[in-house]
Design a protein around this ligand. Structure first.
Ligand code: ZN
Ligand code: ZN
Length: 360
């Protein structure tokens, strides 16, 4: 029997769509990329499959769930990478949330019943009615109305995809680039603003180093989870802090061939190493040199002498932290390369936008 399906909805909100193929029992079995009106649909993965349209939530975003870590997140245009564990799915339909799966089942039921009426022709499916029907037997399908907003809605600096994730740090679902570097840049900018406004320079140095510490621990966690390591290395890394430049550098180089100090000259390294040692003094000793500091750093100061940063050293620390972080980020993505296609597409689009802007 031949038929065509139209859809309608009447919410006054953005209505992006994606589609999957499902078997008539309501189980999704394949992606159905929609390439615009009139272009042919790709072949069914199984005979007798039904096309199911799934609407975005009221903000134009779609929820996804990772089959590996069960994490939930939202994106605007889809994406096949879990922001939390980095799992890369072969297909979008494998990332459907439970609510979306219930919706697919309901949709197939409705479609099957109109098709069984026997008449070939044109059918209209009201997506709102499908969602309402799901809502009768289960909690209202939240995804259809406004999926839960997560904690960090960020636009990937590499590919431009909008991701909404729990927590702050994540992989971009579309290209797999980690967002830690762009988040660190925000923190560093705040520190610079404070330094410029005459904020206490010691505090600025302390916070810049602390930002690197938590930055590095995110990468370490991902490396522990994703790279096979000896038990000794694994345990070392799981308990590591990143408050000491020498130890951090050796560790990333020996374990992962990542050069955290790449591009820094001797003077930069000496400056940075000293600031990392000072962080402890600023944090716990009110800025007065203690024995540990004098011994570890080799700084020729007297016991209890007050250490002082100034605006310039605060900015230089910020610069150095950004360099170390960029090196770690690049080294990490050498091991786990991002997907290039969305990044290239984004760059092309940005260039195009730039060109139009300059042409007025
Ligand atoms: Zn996951
Ligand atoms: Zn991205």
């Amino acid at each position: 029997m031949s038929y065509s399906v139209e859809w309608s909805h009447c919410r006054p909100t953005p209505a992006a769509m994606f589609a999957v193929y499902a078997i008539p029992q309501g189980i999704p079995v394949g992606d159905l990329p929609i390439r615009g009106i009139g272009s042919p649909w790709p072949p069914e993965p199984l005979p007798g499959c039904l096309p199911v349209l799934i609407a975005s939530d009221s903000t134009g975003m779609f929820g996804h769930q990772c089959p590996t870590c069960q994490g939930y997140w939202r994106t605007r245009d889809g994406g096949k990478i879990c922001p939390y564990c980095g799992y890369e799915s072969e297909a979008q339909y494998l990332l459907l949330t439970e609510a979306q799966r219930r919706y697919v089942k309901e949709y197939c039921g409705m479609l099957a019943s109109v098709l069984h009426s026997g008449q070939p022709g044109k059918y209209s499916i009201d997506l709102d009615a499908v969602a309402d029907a799901v809502g009768k037997s289960h909690p209202k399908p939240a995804f259809y109305y406004a999926e839960e907003r997560q904690q960090n809605l960020f636009k990937c600096a590499a590919c431009g995809e909008v991701n909404d994730v729990l927590g702050t740090f994540a992989y971009c679902s579309s290209c797999g680039t980690r967002n830690d570097l762009q988040e660190l840049e925000k923190t560093i900018q705040q520190i610079r603003d404070r330094a410029n406004a005459g904020g206490p320079s010691n505090g600025c140095v302390r916070d810049a180093i602390a930002a690197f510490d938590s930055f590095a621990s995110q990468y370490a966690q991902q490396l522990v989870a994703r790279v096979p390591l000896t038990p000794a290395h694994k345990s070392y890394l799981e308990h590591a802090h990143f408050q000491n430049v020498e130890a951090t550098t050796v560790m990333f180089r020996e374990f992962f061939d990542i050069d955290v100090l790449s591009g820094l000259n001797e003077e930069d390294i000496a400056f940075t190493t000293l600031r990392f040692h000072r962080r402890h003094v600023y944090e716990h000793r009110g800025g007065e040199a203690d024995e540990k500091y004098i011994q570890d750093s080799g700084d020729p100061v007297r016991l209890k002498q007050a250490l002082r940063e100034d605006q310039e050293s605060a900015h230089r620390t910020a610069n150095m932290v950004k360099k170390l972080a960029t090196n770690l980020h690049m080294g990490f993505h050498n091991i786990f390369p991002p997907i290039e296609e969305p990044i290239k597409y984004h760059r092309r689009r940005e260039r195009e936008r730039q060109r139009r802007r300059t042409q007025g």
